[in-house]
Ligand binder design. Structure first.
Ligand code: SF4
Length: 229
């Protein structure tokens, strides 16, 4: 079974900027029976992009569950396959005159820096990036404790205090916020950058809000996960 996909509707936009994202879709939250999103909120789990695009298909959901079970049940062979694909996808992107980058948490929130620390060292020239809802993990990132080729954006949910957003942005971090209908120029006095133009979060300036417009199930959110601009 292949682990990495050459992006989705969002990540494919990066090709205009010369990047190709390869991503890993696991079954989010506890859909596989194992929780891969330890800090998911009710709002984000309900609005999760797991069912966006091809994710709506039963076969795609089944494959994501299978991959997640593989990850938990046979970690060594899973990581061996992942590394093999990182190498082959790198070659394929270069062949197409694109620079590869990797997002291993398309629909999960796992600390890959702990799961495969050596692999980041093995691929120092490759860019990895993700969003996370794990505050301690994000603080470790801001403190420079993650591999230098792994970029993280903090992801706000309805349980995130506004003060936390200000503190993290004040420390040079970036926080993704989902907005209803349109993106404001600023939110709570912090500059908002359009995060829907592409998914290349590692190219964002620091200390900003990454604004994302509510899509799919998020448009029906009632928890406060989606905010009024
Ligand atoms: S943490 Fe992310 S991947 Fe997990 S359920 Fe929430 S939105 Fe989905």
């Amino acid at each position: 079974m292949k682990l990495l996909n050459a992006g989705n509707n969002k990540t494919v936009k990066g090709e205009k900027w010369g990047w190709r994202t390869y991503g890993l879709h696991l079954a989010p939250y506890n859909l596989s029976g194992k929780n891969v999103c330890s800090h998911a909120s009710i709002g984000c789990a309900e609005a999760c992009l797991n069912t966006a695009g091809r994710g709506i298909m039963h076969t795609v959901q089944k494959a994501r569950i299978k991959k997640t079970k593989w990850f938990f049940e046979e970690r060594d062979s899973f990581l061996k396959q992942l590394v093999k694909e990182i190498k082959s996808r790198t070659k394929s992107a270069i062949k197409n005159n694109l620079t590869p980058c990797f997002r291993l948490n398309l629909t999960s929130d796992l600390a890959w820096e702990k799961i495969m620390p050596l692999q980041f060292i093995l691929f120092p020239h490759l860019q990895f990036y993700d969003y996370t809802k794990i505050k301690k993990r994000y603080e470790r990132y801001l403190d420079g404790e993650l591999p230098s080729n792994y970029h993280l954006t903090y992801s706000r949910s309805e349980t995130t205090p506004d003060k936390e957003v200000h503190d993290l942005c004040g420390r040079g971090g970036n926080v993704a916020v989902v907005f209803k209908d349109y993106l404001p120029a600023t939110w709570q006095g912090i500059r908002v950058v359009d995060g829907d133009i592409n998914d290349l979060r590692f190219q964002d300036p620091s200390g900003i809000i990454v604004g994302l417009k509510a899509k799919g199930l998020a448009t029906k959110d009632k928890t406060g996960f989606v905010v009024e601009p």
